[in-house]
Design a protein around this ligand. Sequence first.
Ligand code: SF4
Length: 377
Amino acid sequence: MNPGLYIHIPFCRRKCAYCGFFSRAGLTAEMQAAYAKALLQEASFVSRSEYGGAVVKPETLYIGGGTPSLLPVDFYADLLEALSEFFDFSNLREATFEANPEGLSEDYLRGLYQHTPIRRLSIGIQSFFDEDLKRLNRGHTGQEAVQAVENARKSGFENLSVDLIFGLYDKEPQSRWKENLARLAELSVPHFSAYALTVEPGTLLAKQLEKGMVRIADEVLLEKEYLYLQQFARETGYEAYEISNFARAGKYAVHNTNYWRARPYVGLGASAHSFFGNRRVWNASDLTAYVTDPVGSRQGETLSEKDLYHEYVMTALRTVWGVEEENLRRFPPSLQADFARQAERQCRLGNLEPTPKGYRVPDSRRFLTDGIAVEFF
Ligand code: SF4
């Protein structure tokens, strides 16, 4: 099975208030060069150790971060050319690039389109309102976000996704979420992701909350905003195909859908994860350690049948396809029986509904999916 290829770019201009991803500010030219070299070293190692030195044909490519759009187009053109010694990019089903609106000029995007196989952009907008963006310590304005989408289209990118965040406020202005979705509708992008604001330890947001400087939505309000999101998606022709992902017909994110379906993927870069059937491998979340010895910073574990089953149930229940009997068959009969018992109970409680192929969480309970999935562990 052809894997997905993920490349992590751990650099950002500044740290957003809520961000728990691995990324660093203060990128230098030396670090950029050292990072490219480390990515190639790691790719060479993965090609030899996992694929016997054969050139791998990834089904999808995803360049994420961090802020990939912080680095020049030349970096990616050179990197992908060098990586072609190990990966054949000629038959990609999807090639996605994460970008932030700041600096996403027509020139930059035209270059990306012309000099790389990237054809899909995932733009981190989060909100169209400057007050929200300031609160989140984002590096762009609402107007720049709209402009970035326009620039993308003018440069040839039609396959666009936008990220938004809800749950920013505990009280007023709650209608802001509705207004954000109304602005999103005007952009008419084929795909968007919407995430509840979560508090990661050690972030600026965690500190602000601790000191009582800000207040954010509680679970009750989050659920209300999520239900509105589902209503919005229905009314505007987006399919809620995963708890946080919404697509127009045929515009599902292929790379991410493969994660949820437990397909193999190779992750290159600091903090990146790989998955090879029953083995998970990850790199240190430490830039210096990674560029000094990218192979040495790798760690791994073999997942038990039970781990794989839990992971499958957890991710599958978040999707519109749910848990499919055909996929369950790869687990031992005892785990299949456990699933059947619990599924029957959850159906009685209204937390699951049968589908032609298995079971899924009904739309009305989708926001509660993680709590429902835990019942299967
Ligand atoms: S741009 Fe993304 S990765 Fe960078 S700090 Fe903000 S949320 Fe984190």
